[in-house]
Design a protein around this ligand. Sequence first.
Ligand SMILES: Cc1cc2nc3c(=O)[nH]c(=O)nc-3n(C[C@H](O)[C@H](O)[C@H](O)COP(=O)(O)OP(=O)(O)OC[C@H]3O[C@@H](n4cnc5c(N)ncnc54)[C@H](O)[C@@H]3O)c2cc1C
Length: 635
Amino acid sequence: MIDLSINSRQTSRCRPLLEVFAVALALNWYRADLRELSFLLLEQFRLGELVGRAPFEAWGADEVSSVLRETYRFAREVLGPLNAAADRCGCRLVDGRVVTPAGFPEAWKQLYENGFKQLGVHPDHGGQGAPAMLTVLVEEMLSGSNPAFAMYPGLAFGAADLLLECATPEQVKRYADRMFVGTWGGTMCLTEPHAGSDVGAAKTTARKQPDGTYRIKGTKIYISGGDHDLTENIIHLVLARVEGAPLGTKGLSLFIVPRRRVNADGTLSEGNDVSVASLEHKMGINGSATCVLNFGEADGCLGELVGGVENAGMSQMFRMMNGARIAVGIQGLAAAGSAYLNALEYARERKQGPHFTKWKDPTVPRVPILEHPDVRRMLLDMKSHVEGIRALVVKLARHVDLSRVLRGKDDEKASYHHGQVELLVPLVKAFASDEGFRVCSTALQVYGGAGYLKDHPVEQALRDVKITSIYEGTNHIQAMDLVGRKLGQAGGSHLQAFLGDISAFVEAHRSHPLLGKEVESLAAGQEALMSAAMGLLAWGQSGQLGLIALNANRFLGMMSRLAVGWLLLEGAAIADEAQAKLADVHADRAFYEGKKQAALWFARNELPRVEAEARLLTLSDASPMNIPDAGFGAA
Ligand SMILES: Cc1cc2nc3c(=O)[nH]c(=O)nc-3n(C[C@H](O)[C@H](O)[C@H](O)COP(=O)(O)OP(=O)(O)OC[C@H]3O[C@@H](n4cnc5c(N)ncnc54)[C@H](O)[C@@H]3O)c2cc1C
């Protein structure tokens, strides 16, 4: 267990209060089901076929299981106990520097000493080169146990990964290699007061110096991890416009702006005129420092151009956006996964009312609320969404891994897998975050009044998870990315391949004795999605762009439900086969039965929504556009 003693840098005024919080709240509320994780990895998505060969030669099933166990131990013993205290205490600005919650600096050290954050990093950069299928589940546990803490290493990794893709080899060596191993932190600085979704409106400027560096000037808001006390230096990646560059996104360049300048020999020099103007006070993830940063207030902020190329900032950002968006989807899943298991535990313990068959009899014993049909409905709804979204995340990660394995060996197949990654990223980001919020809300409902109190973890989970539908591109931006860009990519072949994969499953399982009817419902959903896609295309051809925007979120929801329904049914078919081979008393029988029932629930209650939504789409309803602005009412 980590030492929760208070960080000596904290002011004496806050100290007693923090101590009380830290001790009172050092509870671990994080829950994960390792049996479910190993089912996904080893039984449904057959990670065994990938490990042991290039580029995963160093990995085998034993290593995978041991990493899952060790991460869960770290999540429960180190990160979980810091989560509630960090929520209550938040970050503080002391003498212009951010002080993170008690225990965060020690947790950071342990995270990197144990190698959890470097798992997926290539060995050339200090990592272990693990498959993405494993690292997504490791990320789920890190984020689920302490989402605010996980933001800091998440951003350091994302920024380093961008540099690996886009920077010069010298820049990678100088900056990224130290960020991958946790020596330095990292941020992504896009947002400005007037430039949120409209990134191209950014006003931060960059003036070229005779030595090739740039003087950066401007203000960025909402910068996660914009300052902290976890590392000796922080590398800000800042979008700015070089003097004379075009307006809009085309004129944005990306700069490496270290908080402390780095000498030619790699040692640290003085500060770099980057200051924290203020810390935002937020609804959730309070342990994550969300900063307003001023660059170049005294005209002394120097930056280096990423890759030495001007006006390439947005395309460079896009290179890392897939990873960042998957990470945000995982944040949504992670909150939902733990909220579900906490609600389940509570439902097994809390007794209230008689069994529903004896509801009029005051003499019978009270039963755990788990026995009430409506509570069971909520639990199964949460279980099916959590497991289905997790399956979608691992499926996406499998496409990432296979596109790497096959690159240069079978380029056609590699490009199919890459295309599926492109298509599934907006689904993972938006569906996991929207449904993650909904699952946390349902989990709170299972607790009744107790859920609304801070004595239980779900009210924090609900607050923490809300941001996932907003940052890294709001979920409408994801939906527009799907319908405006991804559906038409490669002549629509990514979508065709996705639908083709579902067709292959339908053909193989149409007459399945248990799942046949639900597989037919999947086929109907697939047809409905196809006709909805044609409807969007027709609107595009006839210039009815407003209708496309009005229905983009609907289409993303339909496609996500179809994908999740398909993967749950696939898992159920595997579970059915495995269960049939087990003795009646085997502990895994109930586990497999749970997989089957979750898939049946989703297929019966969620898949029909795909057809229903497709019908709504054909109404071409433009009422949100037809209502006059004043008709919305007086605000
Ligand atoms: C806690 C937190 C952490 C953050 N971390 C970072 C960070 O580390 N780095 C960083 O750069 N930024 C960060 N952000 C900023 C975040 O990415 C933005 O909040 C987000 O992109 C949305 O921008 P906005 O808040 O200005 O909303 P707006 O862009 O004003 O959007 C408001 C609403 O209008 C909609 N909308 C906007 N434009 C359109 C359009 N063209 N068509 C249709 N609908 C539209 C949006 O979908 C949304 O519903 C963070 C924000 C928060 C709250």
